[in-house]
Design a protein around this ligand. Structure first.
Ligand code: B12
Ligand code: SF4
Length: 489
């Protein structure tokens, strides 16, 4: 790699790529936050985000514009795509600096060694990437000596790999500007969805970063170093105004792992929202955690305009719940959370997982019963997937269920059973399949009810949106995903 040259007046071109191309995708808010922050902090940058762009088109554009720095974002599930794209980019643009960021490399840093990336950023991106560009702007080459003193970097020094650990995080999240949605392909995130209340498009917002808990299957708390930080209530309402007035969303999904954990902030959000011109104009769906959900939270949700709650119930078996989420979380808390939500007339979606270590057919039966008895409005069951860095991953690797380079190849589609990934030794494959289908049967009964109700809500404008050129282009490119994505997400 040779040093690049740049006249001082010229801007450094920085391309940021989300390798997922998916019908009904979700906006990559992490990239949009990073871009907004860099735009403000590094005026010498010319940033472009590639989201919802096919690989051929990305490569065509990169070849033409030759950005000095190219960054790819990846969670484990799409790491193989980032790897493939990175290898091609390295061949066609050997002088561009290629950076990898996101959850995968943060939780499985060993992936860096045999990858085509020059640098990787581990953890929150804003501070290390800003520092990288401040140094890069002066030298126009990777200054390993200086970068190796900054946290958050993986670097190459001849044959050696340097890992400076997790990045420094922003102390005040409000210092991150509103996500640069104007740089995203927003039209793809404005299609009507069957999962929304009236089939409108779903907007998305993140009002905090992190989680203090330590569930054995979850990479999130690990990524954020088991800490949680919040955007202020004022900043949250400001972003909601943009989502509603600029992007016309009336349904908004709050992506946070634990939106309601800070009650004081929740009260403030409800107050500010109801005092603003947005009062009553937005319907929200949020994630909630059963052991932190109570009457006051439900009441605040109701006042705010929340109509749907998603709980990670995971299982109906106390033994498996204690294994997955550790001590202190009980099935009774889950049952109680359902009762409270119903009392406040909130729709309840339950996430469940099965195939966990130590799970038996009897444990699966308890999950089936939980779904049946609690009369949830909708639910989803997925097979437990080992994500790097988690205890479940460690178990899967130690028991030779997954190789360490598992995510370098395409993973099997979700919603399909993958018997090679069955983590429990206490259940036969046949019993697992039978149990899984039984649980899915209970869920589908609910889905059919919901689907028929929603069909009745279809309006001409939804049909018009679905008949758009882009819609068909995307459907054609991913036929297999159509029904699941459009109808049942
Ligand atoms: C919202 C969310 C979703 C949404 C939207 C995803 C999206 N497009 O953003 C939905 C519901 C669609 C979703 C789907 C999935 N998700 Co998700 N999701 C989240 C969640 C809750 C927040 C993500 C987020 O926006 N974070 C906030 C931003 C600021 O962080 P960020 O995106 O990581 O970006 C920062 C840094 O990583 C870095 N960075 C990111 N990219 C780059 C690139 C470069 C070049 C650089 C330098 C830096 C950099 O800078 C950013 C700013 O600081 C996280 C958990 C969490 N709280 O983080 C899980 C999480 C990321 N999801 C996870 C998973 C597993 C999935 C799915 C695979 C689930 C599934 N089984 O289908 C899919 C994969 C979809 C995909 N391809 O991204 C796991 C990832 C685990 C792993 N090891 O990969 C997480 C950590 C949750 C968990 N329980 O473990 N997800
Ligand atoms: S599953 Fe939810 S509560 Fe558990 S560690 Fe992950 S984000 Fe936190």
């Amino acid at each position: 790699m040779t040093a690049l040259t740049l006249t001082k007046q010229k801007k450094i071109k920085f391309a940021l790529i989300n390798p997922d191309y998916k019908l009904y995708g979700d906006p990559p808010l992490g990239l949009a936050c990073l871009a907004a922050y860099l735009k403000r902090e590094c005026e010498f940058l010319k940033i472009r985000i590639f989201d919802q762009v096919k690989e051929e088109k990305i490569l065509e554009s990169l070849t033409k514009t030759k950005p000095e720095v190219i960054g790819i974002s990846a969670v484990s599930q799409n790491y193989y795509k980032a790897l493939k794209l990175g290898k091609i980019i390295k061949k066609i643009l050997p002088n561009s600096v290629l950076i990898l960021g996101g959850v995968h490399i943060t939780t499985l840093p060993e992936s860096f060694k045999n990858s085509p990336f020059d640098i990787a950023i581990r953890g929150e991106g804003e501070i290390p990437v800003k520092k990288f560009f401040e140094i890069f702007y002066k030298d126009m080459k990777i200054n390993v000596k200086r970068l190796s003193k900054i946290s958050g970097f993986m670097l190459r020094n001849k044959d050696k790999i340097i890992d400076t650990g997790l990045s420094e995080t922003m102390t005040n999240l409000d210092d991150v500007p509103l996500p640069a949605r104007e740089m995203l392909n927003m039209k793809y995130y404005q299609l009507p969805r069957f999962s929304s209340k009236k089939l409108d498009a779903n907007g998305a917002i993140l009002t905090s970063r992190g989680c203090p808990f330590a569930c054995r299957f979850c990479a999130s708390s690990l990524f954020w170093n088991r800490k949680i930080r919040f955007f202020s209530a004022k900043r949250v309402v400001e972003e909601l105004e943009v989502l509603h007035y600029k992007y016309k969303y009336t349904n908004i999904e709050i992506y946070d792992d634990l939106f309601s954990i800070n009650k004081e902030r929740l009260r403030e959000i409800v107050k500010l929202l109801n005092e603003s011109s947005l009062a009553g104009k937005i319907k929200f769906s949020v994630m909630a955690r059963a052991n932190t959900f109570d009457n006051e939270t439900a009441s605040l949700f109701k006042q705010m305009g929340v109509y749907s709650l998603a709980f990670g119930f995971e299982t109906g078996s106390q033994k498996i719940l204690t294994y997955l989420k550790r001590e202190g979380v009980t099935i009774d808390m889950a049952v109680n959370a359902v009762k409270i939500a119903k009392r406040y007339n909130l729709l309840i979606h339950g996430f469940f997982m099965t195939g966990s270590p130590y799970e038996t057919r009897e444990d699966m039966e308890m999950t089936y019963k939980f779904i049946k008895e609690n009369n949830l409005d909708s639910a989803q069951i997925l097979q437990v997937t080992p994500y790097p860095g988690t205890e479940i991953w460690q178990y899967a690797v130690e028991n030779n269920i997954v190789p360490r380079d598992f995510y370098e190849k395409p993973a099997k589609e979700l919603a399909e059973i993958n018997l090679n990934l069955l983590l429990s030794k206490e259940i036969s494959k046949e019993d697992f399949i039978e149990g899984f289908h039984k649980i899915q049967g209970a869920i589908n009964q609910n889905k059919e009810r919901g689907f028929l109700t929603k069909l009745l809500a279809v309006r001409p404008r939804h049909i018009r949106a679905m008949l758009s050129k882009e819609f068909f282009e995307k459907v054609n490119s991913i036929k297999g995903h159509f029904l699941r994505d459009v109808l049942f997400r």
